[in-house]
Design a binder for this molecule. Structure first.
Ligand code: NA7
Length: 542
């Protein structure tokens, strides 16, 4: 059944899509959301593997605009499990009557901008075409799985699953499980299943640093205290870099004595959470290699201290700087003290094949397994966009994959030149700060802009950034990566180089949420001029 023409179509029903839907409905617009999954949650819907947990504090992993909910909705522990996130989002959807506006199990397979009509034509996998004046893509960062090309994958006789398509019907108890990959997903699932399975074999190419999460219940006194301070907490987030609700330190690592440095690292380790570890003690760990190396030395000593077998400790210890997306764990290193938990160094002995009964490494050994888990990550660098089946095509039929062939290019992480009236929520080149407040910032900016267009009777205006603004933003993101981070010193999803052969891109604006918001304010204060330069009038066509 074809939808009638919409003012706006929102693609995706995770944190971003839901808030955008809610906001546009409040403006009185004719809007619909489509979602590929059978339920809400976006990345949290799909990542239903054992141990999937947020590493953002529970009280920050909420929408800030539902003040009543902030006070009353339960979060028993300091971090949320995947199921709690899904429960919360379903609660929001029901409370705000959003469900009737969402169509589930529908995937956008093509989107074409019609210059003549001034509309987007979106084709779904159900064979229908939806037309909409505005297209909001809230399609997530970690959406397209990265499936490695290992010979013999189809010959394995047991279940072989990516973490993002985990099948909870598979009984893991007493089985021998192999986990390929040790990013957030790999360490979370390994940690969660280790106590229940016969053997755990972790295949590790680049070990990463992890800091304990310090998962714990939250007392009612703590909850009351946070409830009383919510407005201030939110206001402080908006004026910070990472939005972690911590004092972001500016002390230089090398400006203090060795003793004080160790004391600070120790306190950060004890308090837990790797983002807090990086930003809570010193101000230059992300930027300065010498400072970062001090943190690495501290973490390497911790690993050696926890993991009793020196050979395993060596495989688990990163020789790189601490510059990948920081990891948090609930006892991952400790699990390697179990005799049935093995670490396999696949830099030294790469995986050469998957066979009927396990994984063969280059030393000729077959690691016998009943279940294989691919914790191999995602095509995070624009993959959600570039892999839309029949493409997203803007002015003159230019495809987004072509537009981004050399590198990802956006303005503010929201707008793309040649793709009018298309707005990305949590797309590439937005701020590297925690969700949902980052998402809210983007949604509120776009919603205010559309509201402004409606109020000033400019609903026919086509919103599009200029190539110059795009170029400037890409340069700014690149500079922020160079000055604020060391991310370009390794290959990881933060630069898109986790995918073999991919060209590096800057996929975040690293100067922080406060700085990002000031760029948004500049655009807004100038009457959105840089986005409205190319106004064309639409012809009324359905
Ligand atoms: P990540 O962080 O991209 O981690 C993927 C892991 O898989 C990482 O250890 C990779 O090793 C490994 N990997 C990927 N491909 C292969 C192949 N072909 N062979 C062996 N090992 C491989 O993904 P996650 O799902 O853990 O986390 C993604 C984000 O989700 C996370 O950062 C949070 O923001 C939430 P490599 O480092 O490439 O050597």
């Amino acid at each position: 059944m074809n939808e009638p023409h919409l003012d706006a179509l929102v693609v995706g029903a995770g944190f971003g899509g839901l808030y955008q839907l809610y906001s546009l409905l409040k403006l009185g617009m004719k809007v619909r959301a489509i979602e590929k999954a059978q339920g809400v949650g976006g990345v949290w819907f799909w990542n239903d593997y054992p141990g999937a947990t947020t590493d953002t504090a529970s009280y920050l992993f909420r929408y800030s605009w539902d003040k009543e909910d902030l006070q009353s909705y339960p979060w028993p522990n300091n971090y949320l499990s995947r199921d709690e996130v899904i429960g919360y989002l379903n609660h929001i959807v029901d409370k705000h009557h959003l469900r009737q506006h969402i169509r589930f199990s529908i995937e956008m397979v093509a989107a074409d901008w019609s210059e003549a009509a001034g509309k987007w034509h979106v084709q779904t996998d159900q064979g229908e075409v939806i037309t909409a004046t505005y297209l909001f893509t809230a399609m997530g960062v970690h959406t397209r799985q990265n499936i490695p090309d290992i010979p013999g994958m189809d010959t394995f006789r047991g279940p072989l699953m990516h973490t993002a398509s985990w099948d909870n019907n598979v009984d893991i108890v007493g089985r021998r499980v192999g986990v390929i990959g040790c990013g957030s997903s790999g360490i979370q699932i390994s940690n969660a299943i280790a106590p229940r399975i016969a053997e755990l074999h972790c295949f590790i190419r680049h070990p990463q640093f992890s800091v304990p999460l310090r998962f714990r219940p939250v007392s009612s006194a703590e909850r009351s205290d946070i409830n009383a301070r919510y407005n201030n907490i939110h206001a402080a987030q908006l004026l910070s870099k990472m939005a972690l609700d911590i004092e972001e330190a500016d002390t230089k690592t090398m400006s203090v004595t060795e003793e004080e440095r160790q004391r600070t690292f120790e306190a950060l380790w004890r308090d837990g959470n790797s983002f807090r570890f990086i930003h809570g003690g010193f101000g230059d760990l992300t930027q300065n290699a010498e400072a970062n190396e001090e943190a690495c030395k501290f973490l390497r000593a911790k690993i050696r201290n926890i993991v009793k077998d020196p050979a395993k400790a060596d495989i688990l210890t990163s020789k790189e700087l601490f510059v990948r997306r920081p990891l948090c764990d609930q006892g991952w290193y400790e699990k390697f003290n179990q005799d049935n938990v093995f670490a396999i160094d696949i830099q030294k002995t790469p995986i050469i094949a998957i066979e009927e009964n396990g994984i063969r490494t280059s030393d000729g050994q077959i690691h016998e397994l009943d279940i294989i888990v691919l914790a191999t990550g995602f095509q995070s660098s624009g993959g959600s966009y570039k892999t839309v089946r029949d493409g997203i095509k803007g002015r003159g039929g230019v495809s987004l994959s072509d537009h981004w062939a050399e590198e990802i290019k956006t303005f503010l992480g929201i707008f793309i030149h040649s793709f009018p009236n298309l707005f990305m929520i949590n797309g590439p080149q937005g701020p590297f700060s925690i969700a949902p407040v980052t998402i809210e910032t983007e949604v509120e900016f776009i919603t205010e802009m559309i509201s402004y267009l409606r109020e000033t009777h400019r609903i026919d205006a086509v919103v599009e950034c200029t190539p110059e603004e795009e170029t400037k933003w890409v340069e700014l993101c690149g500079r922020s990566a160079d000055t604020e981070t060391l991310v370009n010193t390794v290959s990881s999803w933060l630069t898109g180089t986790n995918i073999a052969g991919a060209k590096p891109s800057t996929i975040f604006f690293y100067s922080g949420l406060k700085q990002y918001r000031s760029h948004l304010h500049e655009v807004k204060d100038a009457g959105y001029g840089v986005l409205l330069g190319r106004t064309t009038r639409r012809v009324a066509v359905n």
